[in-house]
Design a protein around this ligand. Sequence first.
Ligand code: ZN
Length: 491
Amino acid sequence: MNSWKSITSLNYPQIQELQNQRLHHFINTHVYPFSPYYRKIFDDNKIDPRQIRRKEDLKRIPYISKADLISKDNPQKYKDFILHPDKILISRYWSKARLLNLAARSMLQGRRLEDDLAREYRPVFMTFTTGTTNSPVPFMYSRYDLDNLNLSGSRMVGLFNITGDERIMNLFPFAPHLAFWQTFFGAIEADVFSLSTGGGKVMGTEGTLIALGRIKPAVILGVPSYIYHLLRVAQTKGHDLSFLKKIVLGAARVTPGYKQKLSDMVAAQGARNVNILGTYGFTEARTAWAECPTDNHVSSGYHLYPDKEIFEIIDPDTGEVRDDRQDGELVYTSLDSRASVMLRYRTGDIVKGGISHGPCPYCGRMTLRLSSDITRLYDNKDIHLSKVKGTLVNFSHFAEVINDIPQVDEWQLEIRKHNNDPYEVDEIVIYVTPQAGADQNMLSNLIIDKLTGATEVAPNQIEFIPLNEMVKRLELETANKEKRILDSRPS
Ligand SMILES: [Zn+2]
């Protein structure tokens, strides 16, 4: 029942049944007893935890959002979301039968129940959210949670069809962030060789390319901007990339046009029919989900883990729950976590196309699939959402539109004050490094047309700059996260 293979062959009513059982168990056995925060929420709202039996019952529990995790007066706010079992709570909320069962299980394995409980609940690892506007929020993992992190990593390795004789190169920046560790642990759990380079900042692009040539990985994983940069340098230097079969991109939305650009670039270096796969994950869920391989860079959608979480789709304005298959904001509820626990966490991410039930047309797995058409609001959102000329602009849309244009090699957007005068109007300048042979006038008009059509905000100026200058401006080789959008306005 618990193997991934059996879970991915459940039909939708069976998935619902599994989720309902897990939800009831999780809330009554772990969350309500050991989370003072949630116990108070349940009690204040007169919610009897025993009455939470189905996904629909979640509606009674209030949402939480980023704002609930951050408090200026209380930097330790994140601790509210960590489960704190102790002897008194355990004897109050757990039945004698359950305790005897657990004690017997521990004894049979030659261990003490206390040690097993510590292993299950005690935080031993953490990752935290990125972003400079908000202070980072830590999320804790116990050994139990790390087992789940390993599990989701190995599920992804299976989804990508990575075999034991293939090698993985983990190019995510070395940091206490989910993507690096999800990849690191997933490869180990799946018994696949991996080298974690730490991204461009640690080994440098030159060093990374040398390692790439020696290891000859079938699969590379990393942040889209850095993978793109690395492969472009490989192309310029004429490196052989024929060993490459899969490129897995994390931490940003990737459009089919962007996948095509990457695919053309590696094809020129001998890697044909490379699958380019997107992933979706967030620190608060302490896991990531992935696409499976398809032809022509079509997205299969992200394969969810129905035994580990429930996603709801809601109206972002009213908070009303919508049908799974509709568009709306994604709300995450964990079904199996221990240290940090999130119930009904509003991600702020807007999905178009919702969640599909039924078999995946590409791999046949029955697991629920989340549309990859997701606009992220909170991911590295330093200034992705910003007021320009008094209008709130979501710069994620800019990135999608410009990345999709084949003649654009690199770009950067700068928001600045006219003449650098703080009292002047805002202006948007887009710096562009065109692909070789692109007509600058035509490209300039194309970018303005596409941006105005998609965002109703026209850039004031488009400036063409050479690649080496662009690499420096973007800090592609020196920063963990490239400076794609730059706000130079005095604050
Ligand atoms: Zn699939």
